[in-house]
Ligand binder design. Structure first.
Ligand code: HEC
Ligand code: HEC
Length: 469
């Protein structure tokens, strides 16, 4: 959005903060207070503190999945209706469609008013005067979330690095995310030679995520508890940042690192675009060196989205999107889904679940589920849990020993909108569905064995089913 006036004077950011978030100190862990190697007084690592949930996971209502008998968590599909679907830029009813999209411009946009206004802001290209950078990955949310309409996925991949030392993971200085661009050639981040752990993470779909946000914690936990022990997923407790750190079960991002769309949008605004906001007020470094306001590289005071208007608008846009639609349902597609269920793919790629009822309070008390998002049945083909299927990228949710398991885990990729993607898996390095399936091992080894034991024509039917998603 346009440059904003800040009313409060800029905070003085001391470079000691940067020094103290050096590689070795992050290892001090189990406590959020880290001490600099160079002997400065202890300071808190704001990122680690921010991601520490406070309190218990809230009861947001009963589990709403449609498992077969024998499981207590059986919902009645007649309590809900199918969520609207489509790749059409149209609202799901959460907010009005608004004036014609083509009529909206920087001068007349009214961000909270409508889907079209919110989409305009989601698509807007930010400049240095808006707070872009100093280090960043792209200039607009749409640059990475656009296929086949705004909010979808894309081929753009992020780069993360770090290294292992004595069984512990150490992030690249300033964080494992390597921003690929900068506003000045002096400060483009470079990867340290010692960083022997590298991964790409491809941009994910956000269409329909408003429904995913309204899935109760208990639903995800019931799915986990219903999984056989050797395939059981991990339900990560993550803080809702706008809900005072209140924990929910994570569901967004390749590591299920967020549970709320406002928290994710705030994280993305800083980490993808370099725009600080009240939920992420500290500017990113360049390889650990402070380059924010007060240096020659950053003319805009923090938080750059000072009134949170942009991050709220991004969340509103995503909440208003329809879920991905299906392609034609042929006889092969129907047969393929039966084989998909029979061999056990659906144990992780869960086909159906229902959102909480309208009026339910989620996200640590700050979001009341509206009619447009409540009692909706969705088909994400994911359990939103973390699994070790042998593809883990080596980077934990946070660089702390208690999250060590998450280094080897990845969220079950939701298969909705699969037909819009041709670079598969978290790293985008599988070009075909067959390649992606053959990379499944460990927790998915038995299922893959059963898949490989099917006849050629049965496997082709599964492929037809996948192509319909
Ligand atoms: C440079 C590319 C890029 C830009 C720009 C970008 N994103 Fe993303 N987005 C990604 C990637 C990559 C992921 C997966 C990241 C991960 O899990 O580590 C992602 C994931 C997400 C998700 C989670 C979706 C899910 O269901 O898992 C949301 C929500 C999201 N982005 C919102 C935004 C918003 C809002 C903006 C603009 C402020 C934005 N993104 C800008 C690349 C980008
Ligand atoms: C134990 C849980 C589990 C089982 C069982 C499982 N998957 Fe997956 N699946 C995952 C996870 C986790 C990922 C993401 C892995 C990654 O990105 O590294 C994934 C990714 C995929 C992808 C790539 C999707 C994308 O958008 O990139 C496809 C396709 C897929 N699975 C199909 C299947 C099929 C078909 C089966 C049954 C033969 C199956 N899966 C069984 C957990 C599972």
């Amino acid at each position: 959005m346009k440059p904003k006036k800040t009313t409060t004077p800029a905070r003085v950011v001391k470079s000691t903060i940067v020094v103290s978030i050096s590689l070795a100190t992050i290892a001090v862990v189990a406590t959020i207070v880290t001490t600099s190697l160079k002997g400065q007084s202890p300071v808190k690592d704001p990122r680690q503190e921010r991601f520490t949930p406070r309190g218990e996971v809230a009861n947001e209502g009963p589990a709403r999945i449609f498992l077969k008998s024998g499981n207590t968590a059986v919902a009645d599909p007649s309590d809900g209706t199918e969520a609207p679907t489509g790749f059409d830029n149209l609202t799901n009813g959460f907010i009005p469609q608004g004036p014609p999209f083509e009529s909206i411009n920087e001068e007349n946009v009214v961000p909270p008013r409508s889907m079209n206004d919110s989409r305009f802001v989601f698509e807007e290209v930010e400049t240095v005067a808006d707070g872009l950078g100093p280090t960043y990955n792209a200039q607009s949310c749409r640059e990475c979330h656009q296929n086949v309409v705004t909010g979808g996925a894309s081929q753009v991949a992020e780069h993360r690095t770090g290294h292992r030392f004595r069984q512990e993971f150490f992030e690249a200085p300033g964080g494992s995310l390597i921003q690929s661009r900068a506003t000045n050639p002096e400060i483009v981040e470079r990867v340290a030679e010692e960083d022997n752990l590298k991964t790409f993470r491809i941009s994910t779909n956000t269409l329909g995520d408003g429904f995913v946000e309204c899935i109760a914690n208990s639903t995800l936990i019931a799915i986990r508890d219903g999984q056989p022990e050797n395939m059981r997923g991990t339900a990560l407790r993550v803080p809702v940042l706008e809900g005072d750190g209140s924990p929910r079960i994570g569901r967004f991002g390749w590591k299920s690192q967020h549970a709320s769309l406002l928290s994710f949008a705030a994280d993305a605004y800083l980490n993808e675009m370099g725009i600080t906001n009240p939920l992420f007020p500290e500017e990113n470094t360049s390889g650990g060196v402070f380059v924010g306001y007060g240096t020659q590289y950053d003319p805009v005071r923090d938080p750059e989205d000072h009134d949170s208007q942009d991050i709220h608008t991004f969340a509103r846009f995503i909440r208003a999107t329809k879920a991905p639609s299906r392609g034609p349902i042929t006889n092969d597609v129907i047969a393929g889904e039966e084989h998909f269920n029979a061999v056990g793919c659906a144990i992780c790629h869960v086909s159906s679940m229902m959102t909480v009822s309208p009026g339910s309070v989620i996200n640590g008390g700050v979001f009341i589920v509206p009619n447009a998002l409540g009692n909706k049945i969705i088909h994400p083909f994911s359990d939103f849990l973390l699994h070790n299927i042998g593809t883990g990228d080596g980077i934990p949710f946070l660089p702390r020993p208690e999250f060590e398991n998450t280094a080897r885990q990845i969220k079950t990729a939701p298969l909705w909108a699969l037909r819009t993607r041709n670079r598969l898996m978290h790293d985008g390095l599988s070009s075909t569905k067959e390649e992606a399936i053959q990379r499944h091992t460990t927790q998915a080894a038995d299922v893959k064995r059963r898949f490989n034991a099917l006849t050629r024509s049965e496997r082709d039917q599964i492929m037809a089913f996948l192509d319909s998603l």
